[in-house]
Each structure stands twice: as C-alpha cells, then as structure tokens.
Design a protein around this ligand. Structure first.
Ligand code: ADP
Ligand code: MG
Length: 694
C-alpha cells in the first residue's frame, strides 16, 4: 500500500526541504522575500541554486528548466543539463544563482500579439519563488514568469501575480480602515475542479478529429447517452480506478492536493478536485494536473480528452473555479459566520464582489471565451453566456431587508430531520446549491462555473482579482475618509445592493424566462467568442487594469488579438480536418458501399427478384452522399474565403458565421449516412464505441 504522507511532495523542493537544507539566514531571507513580494538578494541565489541542484540530483534529475506559461495556454520548458566541462575530459554538475533567477528563451515562436518585434526576439523568464520548484521527467522545473525584452508580459503568470498584489493591497486598506491593523497581506485561494473524458487509445488513433481537434467532428447519436443518469457518481470501473489511482499518486508526488475523484454525468466523463491553494500555486498545479492526466492515460492505453465538448449530445467538460480571499491572520473574508446579518465585514466584501461582477460582466465572460467553450455555454448543460450571481435566499433576504430599512427577521433553521432515529439530524448550509448559476456563492467562497475544461485558470482569476481590487479600492477611499467607519461600511453595503442587485439571480439560469428577464435588467448576453473578446480593450477596462498595474493598454490589445487569432486557428484546423475526413474516409466508404448495393441489386434482378430494399437504400445513400459531397465543397470554399477577410475581429466573425455553419451541414449529412452504412463498412469508430469502451 502507498504511504501517502511519504509520497506526498517527494518530487518538490518545498518548505520542509528548504528548511532542512538551506543555511538558516538564507532560508529566513527567502521566506521574507516570498511573503513580502520583495526582490531576493542576488547573493543568496547562488546558495539556493547549489542546494536545489544537489537535492535535484539526489532525486534523479540531470537537467533543469525554467517552466513557464506562454499565451499558448499550455506550459513551456526547455531543458538544460547541469553539466559543465572540467577541462580534463570530465564534467561537473553546475547550477548558478543566475541560472536559477533568470533565463533567456528565444521568444519569437511564442504568441505575443505584436508585442515582440522580431529584432528583439529575446524573452526573459524570471523565477517565481512563491511557487515551489519540482522534478518532472528528470528535470528540475523552476516556475517562472515570462516577459519580453522591454518588460511586457508574454505569459499568464505575471498578470496573475500582479492582480494578487492589487487585491491584497486594496483589501488590506479596507481591513485597516475597519480597525483590523494586524492584517498585512490578503491571499486569494482557489480550488479548481477539473472534468475530463477517457477514451480507449486504439480507437482514438482511428479518429483524425480527436487527434487534430481534440473533439469529434462527426458521430451519430448512440442508442444510449446520459439519459438514465446512471454514470454520475456511479461505480468506478476497474480500468478507470487503476487510472485514477496512478493519477493521484503522480499528483501527490508533485505536491498537488488531489482530493476528490468521481464519475461525471456523461458516459466516459470523470472529475478530479484538489484541495484549494493560493491562486498562483493552484494555477501552476492545475496546469500540471492536466499534463499528468494525459501522461498517465497513455500508460493505461487511454487518452484523456480535456476539450470542452468532445462529443455532441452529451455533456461537455468544464472547470469550476472556487474562489475566496483570506487574511494572513488566517481568516476567510467570505465566511459569513453564524450570524451573517451582523457580520458587516463579510457583507462588505460580499458587496465588493457583487459590484465587481456587475461592472465587469464583460471581462468575466470573455475570460472564459474560446472556440471550444462556445459549444458549452448556453447549451443547457453549462451556465449560459449571461453573467449573474447566486446568493441564496438567506443572504438575499439580509441585503433586501437592509435596503428596505426593515429589520431582518432571521433565517429559518435549516435543521434537516431524516425521520430515521439512528441517523443524526444535520444542519444544511446557509446557501443551498444552484447548479445553473455561472457565479454562485457556496457557503464561504464563490464558484465561477463557466470555465472550460482546457482553460488555464489564470485569466479568469486575473479578471476577478482586479475587478474586486478596484471596488475595494473605492471602498477604502470612502472608509479612510469617514469618521464613523462602521456606519460608512453599512452605507456602502446598502448602496451597492441598491445599485447592483440586478446581477443577483437565484432562479434557473437555463430557462428561457431568464434570458428575457436578464435582457430587461440590462445584463450582457455575449453569446460567442467573437462577441465577447473585442470588449477586452474597452476604455473602462483598460483604465482599470492600468490603475492596478496589471496590464498596460498594449498588453491588453495584444492579448485580445492573440485570443481572437487562436479562435480563428482552432476553427480552421477543425474545418480542414473535417474536409479531410469527409473527403478521404466517409464519402469514399459510402461510394464503396453503393457499389456493393448496386451489384447485389443487379444480380438479384438477374435472378428475377425486385431488389427493392437494395435499390431504395442505394437511392437514399446516393442522395445523402451527394449532399455530403456538396457540403464539403462548400466548406472548402468558405475556408478559402474567410482567409482573405481583413481585420481579426471581422475574420473571427466570418469563421463563426460561415465556416461553422458550413461545418454543420457536412456533419448533418455524414451523421445521417452513418445510420445507413453497415458498421463493418463505416471507416471510423462510432460514438457507441468511444463512449462505452473503457
Ligand atoms: P462541491 O462544490 O462539489 O460541493 P466543495 O464545496 O467541498 O465541493 O469544494 C469544491 C472546491 O472548493 C474544492 O476544490 C475545495 O478545496 C474548494 N474550496 C473550499 N474552500 C475554499 C476556499 N475558501 N477558497 C477556495 N476554494 C475553496
Ligand atoms: Mg463544486
């Protein structure tokens, strides 16, 4: 049996290792630098690097790498070995402080959205000591930020760190103004729940769409989908449990707090949830988790699909970003306590989140926009594209009563009696669950549910942290200037609710009534990625990010462009894959089968049979094949046409309106053909094969 405490963090240069191995003064200085966010004395870096190297070599490492998160959405690494020539034909193992602190990868092949001109192709990676170094694939991985020669951000970590700092600064101001002077730092905590699919690798290899696009572009509905709701929390089949066991072990070695595992709603769909951590660490860990998920799957003859919508007709995969803020004195600022109605501090922070979400609906929405996630949002399985916020009845009533000036009459005791004496009665949460809300208060944290499963969680958290920091900054201004702080805080709570209550919705977000109601309330409904992304560079957004030193205007414009470009590229790859599969696999298979039918009909007629079945089937297949062929041609034309559309925003719209529409037609004809062609003649594994194979 695995000794989990021994295994946990065994590949991580964590606090325990540092305490044991670093000289005491170095350890203290490093801790101080990490906690205060100040720069580390470079003189200490040599000592730390040497200790790190020895530890890494003892643990089997031969190389080191700066590990960073460029705008590709995945992580990047370039391994360098520790070797250094001795001059006598032998080598030493070396690692200097400079190599630890800074790297200079060529940035020219990473997306930069025009930030990096070719004459200054250098990018810099800079050590982030707040996230532990670890060993992966024989290399010591050093988490780093990635910036251009002129200091502009080229990655996802840098803005995240900046936004954490902004939020901490403003939250501390609010707390200090309220008299809590012992708080010096406020931390953002995040627990991302990760959904994924597992399919058999031998089947996966036969589907170019899964290989190139990560999702199926064809596939008729199987006789059974998720309608019996028998997969959610269902028993874990042996192959799946073997996979999950190894996955947990591998994650534990990397110090990742993998906690919960279960089957999800769709067949072949599963979920992993870690225990929450500081958002920077949670982001690094989620990136690693996705990588390890894929690697471990391979060892089990499986493929882990992280795409948001691998299969039409069953649920897609998301990622729930559980978000909260807590003080360096250990208090969760979103914990309502036993009597939330009397908890002014809690209500004030809650109000700040409410206002931030209402004012920056566009940022939250666009932070979860991608070609993949467009298939989920608003499709009756994931929250709609409309941002709203669930507070639950109790908190809503508390805020309502304050606004109306009436006394709050108290909550109804939520004691649940089971009517079975042997089972103790329990208290239910102050907030019930509303699974349809995109942004739900769930007891002592918010759960942002719109993220796609393949996302890097940094961007949505940058939006949340910065927007909330901005409101807290305004609150701090008011509180610092007032003499009666408590009265001022109370006033802020009531005013905020009166102004921003339109964002609160406790009902069913999937209903058509909500779409109509939200429109009346003036909430945004940005249905697709090309609708959402252009709002990134809206003046108010640019000003807010600049105020908190998270992004400059150029950095935002660059990001907007990279994301729109990515949208176009993804759809282009999907379209080309579709043209290839329809043209080289599906249509030829249909033509071949028509030959069989025609021959059978002919020989039957020679024997004086009518061959009615063969002929009518032949007719149907012939007509559908012709439609598929024509649709495929139309798609090929559309792909060429959109290439010449000027301007990235217009091009993204053209991909959505022309290419995706044309893809739908190809799929419709091919899926119908699948129902008519014998299984033995169909050239690719079916949905039934893929979804029920593991
Ligand atoms: P569920 O949402 O399925 O009911 P939980 O509420 O237990 O599950 O937790 C979901 C996720 O929220 C977990 O990753 C958990 O660690 C995380 N979480 C719990 N408390 C906090 C917090 N204060 N800040 C951030 N994440 C949290
Ligand atoms: Mg949850």
């Amino acid at each position: 049996m695995t000794n989990v405490p021994e295994l946990f963090g065994s590949q991580v240069f964590n606090d325990k290792v540092m305490k044991q191995r670093l000289p005491k003064e170095t350890y203290t200085a490093l801790k101080k630098a990490v906690n205060s966010g100040e720069a580390l004395d470079p003189a200490l870096a040599d000592t730390i690097a040497a200790v790190m190297k020895d530890w890494a070599i003892e643990h089997g490492a031969t190389h080191y790498t700066h590990w960073f998160q460029p705008m590709t959405g995945i992580t990047a690494e370039k391994h360098d070995s520790f070797i250094s020539p001795n001059g006598d034909g032998t080598v030493l193992m070396n690692f200097s402080g400079k190599e630890l602190i800074q790297g200079e990868p060529d940035a020219s092949s990473f997306p930069s959205g025009g930030l990096r001109s070719t004459f200054e192709a250098r990018g810099y990676t800079a050590w982030d000591p707040s996230s532990y170094a670890f060993i992966k694939d024989g290399a010591l991985c050093i988490p780093t930020a990635f910036i251009s020669y002129s200091g502009q951000v080229l990655d996802k970590k840098t803005p995240l760190l900046r936004s954490m700092k902004a939020l901490s600064r403003q939250a501390v101001r609010v707390l200090n103004a309220l008299g809590q002077t012992d708080v010096h730092h406020v931390n953002v905590t995040v627990g991302p729940e990760q959904e994924y699919f597992l399919v058999d690798k031998t089947l996966w290899k036969k589907r170019k769409d899964l290989i190139f696009a990560g999702r199926t572009l064809f596939g008729a509905r199987p006789p059974k989908g998720q309608e019996l709701e028998d997969h959610y929390f269902g028993e874990l089949r042996p192959r799946v449990i073997a996979y999950m066991d190894e996955l947990d072990s591998e994650l534990w070695k990397l110090g990742i707090l993998a906690k919960t595992r279960h089957n999800e709603v769709a067949p072949a769909q599963h979920e992993l949830a870690p225990i929450f951590a500081s958002v920077n660490v949670a982001t690094d860990h989620n990136q690693l988790t996705m990588e390890v998920m894929k690697k471990v799957a391979d060892r089990h003859g499986l493929v882990c699909l992280l795409h948001e919508k691998p299969f039409a007709g069953v649920n897609g995969s998301g990622k729930h970003d559980n978000w909260s803020i807590s003080t360096d004195t250990g208090e969760n600022l979103l914990d309502p306590g036993r009597e939330p109605e009397k908890n002014t501090r809690f209500l004030l922070f809650l109000s700040a989140v409410m206002k931030a979400v209402d004012l920056h609906q566009d940022l939250l929405r666009l932070s979860v926009a991608s070609a993949g996630n467009d298939h989920r949002l608003g499709a009756n399985e994931a929250p709609p594209a409309i941002i709203s916020m669930y507070l639950g009845n109790e908190l809503t009533n508390i805020l309502e009563s304050r606004q109306s000036g009436k006394a709050y009459t108290g909550k109804t005791e939520n004691k649940v009696q089971l009517g079975v004496e042997s089972i103790p009665a329990f208290m239910s949460d102050t907030t019930d669950r509303n699974r349809t809300s995109p942004f739900a208060f769930t007891g002592n944290k918010f759960e942002f549910r719109m993220l796609g499963s393949a996302f890097n969680i940094a961007c949505p958290n940058v939006m949340l942290n910065t927007s909330v920091a901005d409101v807290l900054g305004e609150y701090a201004d008011v509180l610092e200037a007032s003499t009666d702080k408590l009265a001022a805080a109370e006033k802020l709570i009531t005013e905020t609710y009166a102004k921003h209550k339109r964002i609160v919705f406790n009902g069913n977000n999937y209903s058509d009534e909500w779409t109509k109601e939200s429109e009346k309330r003036g909430l945004l409904n940005l249905k697709t990625t090309p609708d959402a992304l252009p709002l990134y560079s809206r003046d108010e957004n640019v000003e807010m990010f600049a105020r908190h030193k998270v992004y400059s205007r150029e950095e935002i414009v660059a990001r907007q462009e990279i994301l729109l470009e990515n949208y176009c590229k993804v759809i282009n790859i999907e379209a080309l894959t579709m043209i290839d599969m329809a043209g080289k696999q599906i249509i030829p298979a249909c033509i071949a089968y028509q030959k069989t039918l025609a021959r059978t009909a002919e020989s039957k007629k020679n024997l004086s049979f009518t061959a009615k079945t063969e002929l009518s089937l032949l007719k149907k297949i012939d007509a559908l094949t012709a439609s598929a062929f024509a649709a495929n041609d139309k798609l090929a034309d559309a792909v060429v046409r959109v290439k010449s559309v000027d301007g990235i925003e217009a091009q993204a719209c053209a991909y959505r309106d022309e290419v995706i529409a044309a893809m739908r037609e190809v799929r419709a004809a091919c899926d119908e053909l699948e129902m008519l062609i014998p299984a033995s003649e169909w050239p690719i594994p079916t949905y039934a094969d893929l979804l029920f194979s593991v």
